[in-house]
Structures are given as structure tokens and as C-alpha cells.
Ligand binder design. Structure first.
Ligand SMILES: [Mg+2]
Length: 213
């Protein structure tokens, strides 16, 4: 049986595409970081006009002002891959959104929770926590974290995987930054070591995957 998500249309003019040519979503068995932008890498109040494009309204803030900080936090860990969970993807596409990141973060991006084969209206009605949860089920990472200022409807068993950021200061708020560093260290240990994986409280390793590969 073909996976639920396919990177190609399972039907074409000559009939169903053989399941053997359907690619698995990227990120399986890896350490994933689900990344929101607004309220994480910069202030949450982002506006857009045709003339200015995206901009931060409150004075004293700039778009992606904390991107370098995330770059520094991730620098000791080469393995984490990034999945964009930000609403920027629906406005600008995954590739164009990723281009706003510094090169070392951009090179880690493997996809987004939203993709063009989804029904955008249906996706937009789901809470952020559900959007991330469904992507975790689809990609089946070995360990994962989510960076987001929105914790609404995050499934209770996913909360340990969430670093809930400050709406205005994002990851630069000291307690948030400390939590990010701690959970990243634990997630990386869980990714690297089966023993640590079993002990780690920050990563859920239960029945994320509804079926065996
Ligand atoms: Mg946000």
C-alpha cells in the first residue's frame, strides 16, 4: 500500500503510478526541528503590503533578528534538519521562505508542514500543534522539537517536544533560550544513543507511526 503522502500524484494519464516509484517524505529517522518564524526568529507582529512586502510593525525590531542566534545554538549539532511550520510557506512557498534564513540554517531545510498537494483551506483551519503533529506522523523522525510561539491545541504528549517561545522576544528571551539549549541537547542525545533515547523526557518515541514501514 502506498504511503498516505506521496511526492507525486498516484494517478496519471496511463493509470496508477507504481508504489515503488513513490518517494518517502524526507526526514524519516532523522532529528527534526519544526521552525516557526513570527514570534520565534523575530517579533510576532509581522505585516505585509504590496509595496513593502513583509515588515515588523513595532519599532526596535527587525525581521529575522534572531536567526543568527539560532544558527549559533545549532552550530554544535550538524544532524538536525529543519521543517518549516511557519505560515510564510503558504504566502511565499517553502523555497522562498527558506531563502530568508542564513545559509547554514537554509541548508538544513528539508521541507514544510504545508505543501502544494494539500488543501490550503483545510490546512489553515488546523491548529499549529495539529499541523506539526500530522507532519511528524508523515515523516516519522527519530527525534524532533518544535519552536513556536503558538502552543494552541498542541497535543499533550507533544508538549515536551515544544519550545514555546516569547511572542515579542522569540528565542532570545533568556528562559526560552535556556530551554531550547537543554531540549536540543536531549533530543540530540536521544537521536544518537538508543539508551539515551529511551530515557529522554524531551522526545516522544511512542506510536508516532501508525504503521510499520
Ligand atoms: Mg508564530
Amino acid at each position: 500500500m502506498a504511503p498516505v503522502h506521496t511526492s507525486v500524484n498516484p494517478m496519471n494519464a496511463s493509470g496508477p503510478v507504481p508504489s515503488t516509484v513513490i518517494k518517502a517524505p524526507r526526514g524519516r529517522g532523522e532529528l527534526l526541528l519544526y521552525l516557526d518564524f513570527d514570534g520565534v526568529l523575530h517579533h510576532e507582529e509581522v505585516y505585509w503590503t504590496p509595496r513593502r512586502g513583509a515588515y515588523i510593525k513595532p519599532e526596535g525590531h527587525a525581521l529575522f533578528e534572531h536567526a543568527r542566534l539560532l544558527e549559533q545554538v545549532l552550530a554544535p549539532y550538524p544532524t538536525p534538519r529543519i521543517v518549516l511550520s511557519t505560515s510564510w510557506v503558504r504566502a511565499y512557498s517553502c523555497a522562498k521562505s527558506a531563502k530568508r534564513l542564513p545559509p547554514s540554517l537554509r541548508s538544513r531545510v528539508i521541507g514544510a508542514t504545508f505543501h502544494s498537494e494539500m488543501n490550503e483551506d483545510a490546512f489553515a483551519t488546523k491548529a499549529r500543534g495539529i499541523q506539526v503533529f500530522e507532519d511528524v506522523c508523515r515523516r516519522r523522525p527519530r527525534a524532533w522539537l518544535a519552536l513556536d510561539d503558538d502552543d494552541f491545541n498542541c497535543p499533550s504528549w507533544c508538549r515536551e517536544n515544544l519550545v514555546h517561545t516569547h511572542h515579542e522576544l522569540g528565542i532570545s528571551e533568556p528562559s526560552v533560550l535556556a530551554e531550547l539549549r537543554e531540549k536540543l541537547q536531549l533530543a540530540h542525545a536521544a537521536f544518537d544513543s538508543p539508551t539515551e533515547r529511551a530515557r529522554s523526557p524531551s522526545c516522544y518515541h511512542g506510536p508516532l507511526s501508525p504503521s510499520a514501514p
